[in-house]
Design a protein around this ligand. Structure first.
Ligand SMILES: Cc1cc2nc3c(=O)[nH]c(=O)nc-3n(C[C@H](O)[C@H](O)[C@H](O)COP(=O)(O)O)c2cc1C
Length: 186
């Protein structure tokens, strides 16, 4: 049996999106797929992959440069392969309550990679995030907050695995055994 090889590429500033990408990767591995998770900037070729997931944090209403550039670099190579994109952004529960459409730059990138679908997940704000104090003042926030929704991430990853024909179905809700922290593992 040939195992489907999936690349999960992400663009992040403060690792919240990295944590989501790593969780998606772990879910896909649990479903029996062969997965590499990597920063979009570090990817030099998509040859050898059968499918791809591309994610980016949203800052000031835009996808990160590395994710946009990934779509520019590999859009043609990914034509004909299943691709999905996700955004990490809202610092509230809105992404759990409704489907949040892609920002313009995400939509443009999704078109370039011929994405089958887009999903917005809640984000995380760290105390030391760049621009945090200005944003916090504007949003009336005092502290850090993590709105990443593990269940939503897992269930989206399982949908992707099903579309890729993977037969494994991890359903215990914690395939990684840890939250999508995005912290470098020690
Ligand atoms: C200065 C600043 C601007 C932001 N702008 C947006 C925005 O326009 N839309 C949005 O949904 N989230 C916005 N966010 C929230 C981030 O997208 C969220 O914290 C994300 O999870 C960060 O991902 P990262 O840790 O991978 O960089 C902003 C956060 C900061 C600190």
């Amino acid at each position: 049996m040939v195992t489907t090889r999936v690349l999960v590429a992400y663009a992040t500033r403060n690792r919240a999106t990295a944590g989501i990408a790593e969780r998606i990767g772990a879910d896909l591995i649990s479903a029996g797929l062969d997965v590499q998770v990597a920063p979009a900037k570090a990817v030099h070729t998509v040859r050898g992959y059968d499918a791809c997931v591309l994610g980016s944090a949203i800052y000031a209403g835009r996808w990160e440069h590395d994710a946009r550039e990934f779509a520019d670099r590999f859009g043609d190579d990914l034509a004909g392969h299943p691709v999905w994109v996700f955004s990490s952004g809202p610092l509230d529960r809105s992404a759990e309550e409704r489907d949040i459409p892609p920002v313009d730059t995400a939509r443009a990138a999704a078109e370039k990679v011929h994405a089958r679908g887009h999903r917005t997940f809640g984000g995380r704000l760290r105390e030391d995030a760049r621009g945090f104090f200005g944003l916090a003042r504007r949003m009336g926030r005092r502290g850090a907050a993590d709105y990443r929704d593990e269940q939503a991430i897992d269930s989206w990853a399982h949908e992707l695995a099903r579309e890729l024909g993977a037969d494994g179905s991890p359903t215990d809700g914690s395939p990684t055994g840890r939250p999508p922290s995005g912290e470098p593992s020690s």
